[in-house]
Design a protein around this ligand. Structure first.
Ligand SMILES: *Cc1c(COP(=O)(O)O)cnc(C)c1O
Length: 366
């Protein structure tokens, strides 16, 4: 059992608020796929999925084992595995996961396995590259895909989808419009030859905000669910879901001239009261936050991180803060704090959230 004292609280109410915020931007019939990959963006994908299970149509994960973990926890909702591999296709079937097939290697391997098993009308999703140039078939592959599908009633094309490269960037509107156009052309070819209509989807969170006309049948919401829109204004309408908390393990009084932490990076100019907190870079707190670049809150007051961030601990300056060993410490509990940490760490909030390590205990508060 994980009884680590540094805890990430996942705010259930905030997840619901954010989900409803996006729902209200959608056509009533548009379905939602909640993205819970990477442990639910650094929280706990299983707890988040169980909490949202009857409120979304699909869950999305990156890798097969992430989907298996959801099934093993009893999640019954359809799960799209965005990036499976040939080695894992048997697990996909065993756990009733729905694969995204993105090239002929994995597409043909799945058709073969489906025929051998045999499966009947097993839901598959076909992913198209329309400009991100990461994962997906090219539009020129469509005739061959359709030919291979004709020979197989073992699968059914549940979905056709693509992913935008710059949905948050309004300077790239022409590029994005072109991606959407390419996707529509691909869909058109399927509609002419398939004989039934797969579900279509292309939008992620910022796509929903900027391209509401491209909702198709479903949208895939990740970062928005966890409290971040594509700009500050949007973010203020969302609620923070990730609260990272710890406690003070020990308080020291340091004389002028003494130093704190590895490499003696902090030198006390005056008598300094320091608090040691059990969270470090192994928990996902960037080393860039050391040496007063980052801060925490102790009893509602800002305490700068002094010296270098250690693997398992940080030390903060609490000289002017009334506090005791055992008191609560807030590492972050607002989007502003998370954004600030991302800025100082020279990264984006996606990374600041997803690097929170498995060692941190995760508790979803309903
Ligand atoms: C991660 C991911 C998403 C979610 O993107 P957000 O920007 O977090 O909403 C959607 N679609 C695909 C294919 C992804 O990989």
């Amino acid at each position: 059992m994980n009884n680590h004292v540094t805890v990430l609280e996942i705010e259930g109410n905030a997840l619901l608020h954010n989900l409803n915020y996006f729902k209200q931007k959608l056509q009533p019939e548009t379905k939602i796929l909640a993205v819970v990959k990477a442990f639910g963006y650094g929280s706990d994908g299983v707890q988040v999925a169980k909490f949202l299970e009857d409120k979304v149509t699909y869950f999305g994960v990156a890798y097969t084992h992430e989907g298996v973990a959801l099934r093993e926890a009893g999640v019954k909702t359809p799960i799209l595995v965005l990036h499976p591999h040939i080695q894992n296709l048997q697990s996909i079937i065993d756990f009733r996961l729905e694969p995204s097939l993105y090239n002929f290697n994995i597409f043909n391997a799945f058709l073969q396995l489906a025929a051998q098993t045999p499966l009947f009308s097993y839901p598959i999703h076909i992913k198209f590259n329309t400009g991100l140039n990461r994962l997906g078939f090219w539009h020129t592959d469509v005739p061959k895909i359709l030919t291979n599908l004709k020979q197989a009633n073992h699968v059914k094309v549940q979905g056709l989808f693509s992913h935008l490269a710059a949905s948050e960037d309004l300077e790239e509107m022409d590029f994005t419009a072109n991606q959407i156009k390419r996707f529509e052309d691909i869909v058109q070819q399927f509609n002419t030859h398939l004989g039934y209509r797969p579900m279509l989807h292309i939008l992620n969170t910022s796509g929903v905000v900027n391209y509401p006309n491209a909702q198709f049948d479903m949208v895939r919401i990740g970062i928005g669910l966890y409290g971040f829109g594509n700009d500050e204004k949007e973010t203020t309408k969302l609620k923070n879901t990730h609260n990272l908390k710890s406690i003070i393990s020990q308080i020291h009084s340091i004389n002028p001239g003494e130093t704190v932490g590895y490499n003696r990076a902090f030198i006390a100019k005056e008598t300094t009261k320091t608090a040691t907190i059990p969270v470090g870079h192994a928990d996902g707190l960037s080393r860039k936050l050391g040496n007063k670049k980052g801060f925490v809150y102790v009893n509602n007051q800002k305490a700068p991180i002094i010296g270098n961030v250690c693997m398992d601990m940080i030390m903060v300056d609490v000289t002017r803060i009334n506090c005791q060993e055992g008191d609560e410490v807030i590492l972050f509990n607002t989007q502003e704090m998370i954004q600030h940490i991302a800025d100082i760490s020279e990264t984006i909030v996606y990374e600041t959230l997803t690097v929170i390590s498995p060692r941190v205990k995760k508790i979803l508060k309903e």
